[in-house]
Design a protein. Sequence first.
Length: 372
Amino acid sequence: MDQLQQARAQIDAIDAQMAALFEQRMQAVAEVARYKAATGKPVFDPAREDAVLEKNTARLQTEALRPYYRRFLQQAMAVSRAYQRSLLGRDTAAYQGVEGAWSHIALTQLLPFCRARAYATWADVCGAVVAGDAQYGVLPFENSNAGDVSAVLDLLYANPQLAVARMADLPIRQDLLALPGAQLAGVRTVVSHQQALAQSSPFIKAHGLEARPWGNTADAARYVAESGDRSLAAIASARTAQLYGLQILAEGVNEDGDNTTRFLVVTRADAAAPLPAAPGRRMALLFTVDHKPGQLANVIRLIGEQGFNMENIKSRPLPHVPFEYYFYVQLVCPDSEAPARCAALLKSLGETCRTLRSLGVFETAPADRDPL
């Protein structure tokens, strides 16, 4: 047996032990779920998980392995949370559109163990979470090309029961899809969401195609699949092509190869213990200020004084108050004393702003990393 075979045999033996330990661990997780069901405690206890990460990572003798072990533990705890939610019937996640839509794709990556439930509108998604029919909602928040999804921000403002559990970025690659046997030269009309058509306009013009707006990319693909028309194509994802039995005629037809959409996972603010401020985590705030000179500048000054980096600030019309605005800011927690500085910032802003609401502290990451 050579060196590689010996190493693989050792790994196989360790994996066998880990499989047995995994079953034991999940049996204990089931006991935790039963206790939480009896006491009404939330599944996610961020303070407890942070403590577990620190304690167990410190047990490693090899310093270089600690960040890898930390990630391993984070994944293990994510699986444990998902199993608890399944046992407790708290594993439904809402999205807008149909299967294969980008919100659905984001949901399958962010919440891979949840049962996906489709809703007609973003407002319906928020309503399902507020009513408790879904534990999570997945919503598009911002696109690197098209900018804000302002309607979603307005829904967050209008629903104070909602909090942000996570923010993640999903690269968007739009392909040209058609029926099997179709040829690009024979395509005359392309259907898709207006934004996808706009992002793919150079390709559409170069091939002399008629563009027809559609409700969303996945539904456009479904329409093409059901049409039986080989002169008709849709701009949608490769995942959608698989779902509806279409072929990809051209890959990456959207103009910007770095096209990325930022998605939010929202939940009820009272459904889980809040995530504590920590270096690298984000905090989002909604606020209004008196319509007087210098009030917004005071808010920005206080944010800087407490060591928070302001990643962005957005303004939106204040409902029922003509020509006044509410503001959204996204902050990066400072590298030191984050919990204390967070508390100090909220206190000082509460004394300065007319209204102030925290959307929560949350993690940001690519959509395929560390599922909830």
